[in-house]
Design a protein around this ligand. Structure first.
Ligand code: PMP
Length: 358
């Protein structure tokens, strides 16, 4: 029996895609698994190229942008962004809105002179900075922000306007959840394990003129220009994750693309927040204008009931609802693969639990 899995990542994957991968596991185009074939073979090259073409279609990625399939997760990108975009000691702006942007800045400080363009710690990271106040310092190489903080459940309702300064976004937990105007960004990166596919592959979408600037000493496999020129095959890529991501992209196209995902994601998030707000037993601390569509943290009025809540939820087939270990509480991650039925089941369970124990 499949559960409703609210994991923040690696997260639930679309069932039809899992079924297709299962069906093709032993015999993919002629008696071997896709995992058992050369990445340089014609069959796999076609998979890789199709995945890029489909991602380009889904996000309407302009031709001036390169799409890279890399390794090392979003965490590697925390370092690779400054290594590739900025000379040693150059200035870069960072926006701090919670856990992941803090991690990004910690890594960046090893490579660039960081300016904090905004820091939402005063609200305990339940807000985003006002759009009008968010400006890069003149001379800054780029401005980095985290459109969706996966742990805090805080999501920017706008795209920062940084003028000529390239905007860099860690979209790990929001990519493909709705349309984005790629041309507003210099660089976007995202670990795959939420809305793209299995962990082990990282998507980077980078404006071509921002490649070829890496500092001396940047390893070739982490140099955007070198990776782009090698078709992301400078070394053996994670072929299964890439193939699987390609299946997810096809699924997204069949389902109506990112506009349809946006419609569903908005509806799921609105239903869940409405249920939380209607109750005095559950609460979400995030300011209403920046509540995440993807990660919904919530607390119980009686924290000593948390363990009971999680156990009963699991028994009801609603799994992985514990908040991140850094913050506790609950968190429901409701990425593209989570259905409205799953969210409705969670809401029903929450009401029932409140009636019994609230
Ligand atoms: N950034 C964000 C927004 C994330 O949610 C995560 C992982 N949950 C990371 C970065 C780190 O990603 P990875 O484990 O792929 O390095």
């Amino acid at each position: 029996m499949r559960v409703y899995n609210f994991s923040a990542g690696p997260a639930a994957l679309p069932l039809p895609v899992l079924e297709q991968a299962r069906d093709e596991m032993l015999d993919w185009k002629g008696g071997a698994s896709v995992m058992e074939l050369s990445h340089r073979g014609r069959a796999f090259i076609a998979v890789a190229e199709q995945a890029e073409a489909d991602l380009r279609e889904l996000l309407a990625i302009p031709p001036a942008y390169r799409v890279l399939f890399m390794q090392g997760g979003a965490t590697a990108q925390f370092a690779l962004v400054p290594m590739n975009l900025a000379a040693p000691g150059a200035a870069a702006d960072y926006v701090i809105t919670g856990h992941w942007s803090t991690r990004a800045i910690q890594e960046a400080r090893r490579f660039v002179s960081v300016t904090v363009a905004a820091d939402e710690s005063a609200s305990a990271y339940t807000t985003v900075p006002d759009a009008s106040t968010l400006k890069p310092r003149p001379g800054s190489t780029y401005l980095h922000y985290t459109p969706n903080e996966t742990i805090g459940g805080v999501e920017f309702p706008y795209v920062p306007d940084t003028g000529d300064v390239p905007l860099v976004a860690d979209m790990s937990s929001t990519i493909l959840s709705r349309p984005v105007d790629i041309s507003r960004y210099g660089l976007i990166y995202a670990g795959a394990q939420k809305n793209i596919g299995p962990s082990g592959i990282t998507v980077v979408i980078v404006r071509d003129d921002l490649t070829g600037r890496s500092r001396d000493g940047t390893p070739s496999v982490f140099d955007y220009r070198a990776v782009a020129e090698a078709g992301s095959m400078l070394n053996t890529p994670p072929t299964f994750a890439w193939y699987f991501a390609g299946l997810v992209f096809k699924w997204l196209l069949r389902e109506g693309g990112v506009p349809e995902m946006a419609r569903r994601n908005r509806a799921k998030a609105e239903a869940l927040y409405a249920a939380i707000d209607a109750s005095s037993f559950y609460s979400n601390p995030v300011a209403r204008n920046c509540r995440s569509w993807m990660n919904v943290p919530f607390r119980l009025a009686k924290p000593d009931l948390e363990k009971n809540f999680l156990e009963k939820a699991e028994a009801a087939g609603l799994t992985n609802l514990a908040g991140h270990r850094a913050v506790g509480g609950m968190r429901a991650s409701i990425y593209n693969a989570m259905s409205m039925e799953g969210v409705t089941a969670l809401i029903g369970f929450m009401r029932d639990f409140e009636r019994r124990y609230g």
